[in-house]
Write a protein that binds this ligand. Structure first.
Ligand code: C2O
Ligand code: CU
Length: 548
């Protein structure tokens, strides 16, 4: 196995990803950042220097389990003190499984400022994957705002709540087109539609060949539907697990998910086609994001003669629900889940008002980060740095009506955590509910750090702890790290708490996590090796002094 040494400088730079010029957080001048490509078993060393001048940062390696290196998970406030301006921090971890993953800032709202990218882990030469293709391409999708991440954060945290609103543009491989740029006239100094930085992304295909497209969503808010005009795609990988191949006309992808799909360049080769990215689940306030599927040897910038596909209707929950259900493990790669679990935790997802502030909560608790990261606090036995009150295991499912606006008067904020017995099997049921708006329930993509879970069930309506577990799929469930919770629905997960450390589990909508939609799990922390000193230095943890 190889070691890859990467040196990254994190810096603000003026960029025009959708033709509108604003400050973007870049890695070595790039946003999306450089793609990390490695082979299963390799070690990745990323030397990160924070040149943001006035902001901390931390980078999370999303989908990498960090077995034996929980301090490299990059979750500010959970596994490390954030990296201060001018400081350098070294992340070191092994990519132990092949697949498609991502990395992104895990501090404040910085992911939405552009700090994200793809991780591709290849199988070793002699290993065969359960599908064939000629070429391998990447697609990174996200949504884009013109307000800075700090403006967004300040609005979300204010008593006079300021919502981030719908994105101005959708980006494919860091490129989009802000629609009002053309209205404002081509050459205002903030918006120039002929800026080459915002020319559409191009994916070139040779007629007759089969392409593997690795797709990640680092979206801050939006759920997406991705369609490749005129081409069906076959889903073959999800979050690093091989999927029993499913052919789809378009792919629903939620923030934090990764997929590989296969497509064959078998259409009329005399023209180009659209790659179309549409918002689903929220009423779209953003035009379709587009890129060009270029059939060699047409000119790559030649617009297709058609209109970009508009995708399924944004509020067709059943369509998305059924696609979620269709993602099962490839028959040759099934890892059967334990037949039973040791503990069942039900998480009611609600939007709440707490002391007048708009928050998201699970079981009426809105999560806040402690000043001293949990991993350090637990290893160094620093007491009183986070709440010791046990976090709630369930909600009053017998009487709670998930279909109406609820006052939830007992909602509080807390930074308490869930201790999971090391090696135990845990079921998590995510239960969706109405928001603070009438007839509204949102999609929440939940992401677990440090583990994959089996997706054992999805349902619409209220989960019934008596009857629904009988219908769990324990035969061929997919293993993932991010899963959607559909509007007014439930999602059931099972995982083995077998990775010593402290791990965030949260909604991957950046604003939702920022507003408290998450929890933290601790397991086997006594098995964690000596912490590197570089993660210390904030809250009650004193760099260079207290740790022996
Ligand atoms: Cu990709 Cu905790 O997030
Ligand atoms: Cu959410």
């Amino acid at each position: 196995a190889k070691t890859h040494l990467l040196k990254w400088e994190i810096k603000y730079a003026f960029k025009s990803p959708d033709c509108f010029t604003k400050l973007v957080i870049t890695i070595n001048g790039l946003s999306p950042g450089p793609t990390i490509t490695a082979t299963q078993g390799d070690t990745i060393v990323v030397v990160v220097t924070n040149l943001l001048e006035t902001e901390n940062t931390a980078i999370h390696w999303h989908g990498i389990r960090q077995i034996g290196t929980p301090w490299s998970d990059g979750t500010g406030g959970v596994t490390q003190c954030p990296i201060q301006p001018g400081d350098t921090f070294v992340y070191k971890f092994v990519v132990d499984r092949p697949g498609t993953y991502m990395y992104h800032a895990h501090y404040g709202m910085q992911r939405s400022a552009g700090l994200h990218g793809m991780i591709r882990v290849m199988v070793p030469q002699e290993t065969k994957e359960p599908f064939d293709y000629d070429y391998d391409r990447s697609i990174v999708v996200n949504d884009w705002w013109h307000k800075s991440a700090q403006e967004q954060a300040a609005g979300l945290a204010a008593l006079n709540f300021g919502w981030v609103g719908e994105p101005q543009s959708l980006l494919i491989n860091g490129r989009g087109k802000f629609i009002n740029c053309s209205l404002a006239g081509a050459n205002s100094n903030v918006c120039n539609i002929s800026n080459p930085e915002c020319s559409p992304a191009v994916i070139t295909m040779i007629p007759g060949k089969i392409y593997r497209l690795r797709i990640i969503s680092v979206s801050s808010l939006s759920a997406f539907n991705l369609e490749l005009e005129g081409h069906n795609m076959t889903i073959v990988e999800a979050d690093g697990s091989y999927v029993n191949p499913v052919a789809v006309k378009n792919l629903n992808i939620y923030s934090g998910e990764s997929y590989s799909v296969l497509i064959k360049a078998d259409q009329d080769p005399s023209r180009n086609y659209w790659v179309a990215l549409n918002v689903v689940s929220r009423k779209p306030g953003t035009p379709t994001g587009t890129a060009i599927l270029n059939y060699f040897s047409n000119h790559p910038s030649k617009s297709p003669p058609t209109r970009p596909p508009i995708g399924p209707s944004w509020n067709d929950v059943l369509y998305r629900f059924n696609q979620s259900l269709a993602i099962r493990s490839h028959p040759n790669y099934i890892e059967p889940p334990p037949r039973t679990s040791d503990r069942v935790i039900i998480f009611l997802n609600t939007q709440n008002k707490i002391n007048g502030y708009v928050k998201w909560a699970v079981n009426n608790v809105s999560f806040t980060l402690p000043d001293t990261p949990y991993l350090i606090a637990l290893k160094e036995k620093l007491t009183h740095v986070f709440s010791q009150k046990p976090a709630p295991e369930t909600y009053d499912y017998k009487s709670y009506d998930i279909g109406i606006v609820q006052p939830n008067p007992n909602a509080t904020t807390s930074n308490s955590l869930y201790k999971l017995d090391y090696g135990s099997t845990v079921d998590i049921i995510l239960q969706n509910a109405n928001t603070l708006n009438v007839n509204n329930s949102e999609t929440h993509p939940w992401h677990l750090h440090g583990h994959d879970f089996w997706v054992v069930g999805y349902g619409l309506g209220k989960f019934d702890p008596e009857s629904d577990p009988k219908r769990y799929n324990l035969v061929d469930p997919i293993k993932k790290n991010t899963v959607p919770l559909h509007p007014y629905g439930w999602t059931a997960l099972r995982f083995r708490a077998d990775n010593p450390g402290v791990w965030a589990f949260h909604c991957h909508v950046e604003a939702h996590f920022f507003m408290g939609m998450g929890v933290v799990f601790e397991t086997g922390v006594e098995k964690v090796g000596r912490l590197p000193e570089s993660i210390l230095g904030c809250g009650k943890s004193k760099k260079h002094t207290s740790y022996p």
